[in-house]
Design a protein around this ligand. Structure first.
Ligand code: BES
Ligand code: MN
Ligand code: ZN
Length: 495
């Protein structure tokens, strides 16, 4: 299987002035002027570049069309005013937050692909470095000529960046690129066996403890949910566990679980043809938790983390599970399958029960679980459910890092709608209402008593079917890796 290359882009602190940096382009930030002023205003960091233009840089950029609007990229030949031949003004918008800078830097990186080296002179250097790396992404593993087309920016020198910020941006960039590569790998190349092998490789490279259960081991262990969903495919399921021990004195233990459906046809309850190709991304939650546990190791986060990742392909066939089947899940609960397209919750239930056996302090699960998530919150905002405190903490951290997220309820009455005629519960309710929440209610049945947990539905945010924006390319996005990292670091600091 084609394995794509690590990000070609590097970031480093800029030594000396951006005005004298020997690069192909120097990037400055712009914000919209107050109503009284006519044009945009330079953001902090641009002073030395502006001095080269005798204080006239903002006016020149305005002449070239700049307004300071978020993610707007305007180019200006420097004609010797600074050493770089090109000055690029990027709009930061009205509120200059870290994520505004991150998005602007991502937009610059996309727009300047084909440019070898840049210097960045904006506020929030750490966010700028991260944004450049997140934006400088291409997936060419399945092109016949991977080297054709514009290469991503090869190096970015960022003013004000320190060594810690450099290492952190590189680590986050690599984690997000790894997850995007996994998501973007087509389902004929990435299926449970090859996905498990890739996960094991990533785990070993990061120094993690790796455990892979194949279909025989799953049968011996009684993982009825994973086996039931996976039995319709000739590509049999797997369960992968990757552990970062958390260093010498881990503060807490966190269980991560991610949905790894390598392709979701819907099974016997088959999906319509239109848009079914999108279901190549139904393992985005798995990709995110695999990348996150490796990232925690690389950044030496003092929290023990185990990613428990169920992998299966949901296919219709003569061996497929059927509507009406009753599955005995890991741990013994029984589930009546009323819709084989509600498969994610079945593999996740097994994985969550297994994960809880490690006695974690927190359990965080993420999945492309419901189309209803997109109906409720759109394509860019994840829905977060679970125990109230952890739910609200995850949603707030997501918003802080620029992975938009919103807390959603688990209305008690929906549990009754999952009652089954024959089994302990059914995998769907009889209607579409509150579909995202009903899936959360189903998962809650498999959370150990008293365990703080959160479920992050990323059906929309995990895969960008529209045009690129900010640091978000088309296809796999890598969300919610940065939220999970922020949570692990928050747990390390505050318990
Ligand atoms: N993988 C899908 C959810 C999904 C849909 C993710 C669109 C991303 C984009 C999931 O397995 C699914 O099919 N869910 C069903 C649940 C229903 C049968 C209760 C859905 O949302 O329609
Ligand atoms: Mn489905
Ligand atoms: Zn699915």
């Amino acid at each position: 299987m084609a394995v794509s290359t690590p990000p070609a882009t590097t970031v480093a602190p800029l030594e000396g002035s951006p005005a004298t940096a020997e690069v192909d382009a120097v990037v400055v930030g712009l914000v919209p002027g107050d109503s009284g002023e006519s044009g945009p205003v330079l953001a902090p960091g641009a002073e030395l570049v502006d001095a080269g233009f005798d204080g006239g840089l903002a006016a020149l950029l305005a002449t070239a069309g700049a307004t300071g609007k978020a993610e707007e990229v305007v180019r200006l030949p420097s004609r010797g005013a600074v050493r770089a031949p090109l000055v690029v003004g990027v709009g930061l918008g009205k509120a200059v937050t870290a994520d505004a800078v991150r998005r602007a830097a991502g937009a610059v990186a996309r727009s300047l692909s084909g440019t070898a080296t840049i210097a960045v002179a904006t506020p929030e250097p750490a966010a700028a470095a991260e944004g450049v790396l997140l934006g400088a992404y291409r997936f060419t593993a399945f092109r016949s000529e991977p080297g054709s087309g514009k290469a991503p920016v090869s190096s970015a020198l960022v003013a004000g960046l320190d060594a810690a910020g450099t290492e952190r941006a590189a680590a986050i960039g690599e984690a997000v690129h790894t997850a995007r590569d996994l998501i973007n790998t087509p389902p004929n190349a990435l299926y449970p066996e090859t996905f498990a092998a890739r996960a094991a490789e990533i785990g070993e490279a990061a120094g993690l403890t790796v455990e892979v259960l194949d279909d025989t081991a799953l049968a011996e262990g009684g993982f009825g949910g994973i086996l039931g969903v996976g039995q319709g495919s000739s590509r049999l399921p797997r369960l992968v566990r990757l552990t970062w021990a958390g260093g010498a004195a881990p503060a807490k233990k966190v269980a991560l679980v991610g949905k790894g459906i390598t392709f979701d046809t819907g099974g016997i309850s088959i999906k319509p043809a239109a848009g079914m190709d999108h279901m190549t991304s139904d393992m985005s939650g798995a990709a995110a938790v695999i990348a996150t546990v490796a990232l925690a190791a690389r950044l030496n986060v003092p929290v023990a983390v185990t990613a428990t990742v169920p992998m299966a392909e949901n296919m219709p066939s003569d061996t497929a599970y059927r509507p009406g089947d009753v599955l005995t899940m890991y741990g013994g609960k029984t589930v009546e399958v009323l819709n084989t397209d509600a498969e994610g919750r079945l593999i996740l239930a097994d994985a969550m029960v297994r994960a809880a056996e490690d006695a974690p302090d927190y359990l965080v699960e993420t999945s492309t679980l419901t189309g209803a998530q997109m109906v409720a919150l759109g394509n860019r905002t994840a829905g977060v459910m679970g125990s109230e405190e952890l739910r609200d903490r995850v949603a707030a951290l997501g918003r802080e890092v620029g992975e938009d997220a919103w807390a959603m309820p688990l209305p008690e009455h929906l549990r009754g709608e999952l009652d089954s005629r024959v089994a302990d519960l059914a995998n769907v309710t009889g209607n579409r209402f509150g579909g995202m929440l009903a899936a959360g209610i189903f998962l809650r049945e498999f959370v150990a008593d008293g365990l703080a947990w959160a479920h992050i539905d990323i059906a929309g945010p995990s895969f960008n079917t529209g045009g690129p924006w900010g640091y978000t390319p088309k296809g796999g996005t890598g969300t919610p890796i940065r939220t999970l990292l922020a949570l692990l670091e928050d747990i390390a600091a505050n318990g």
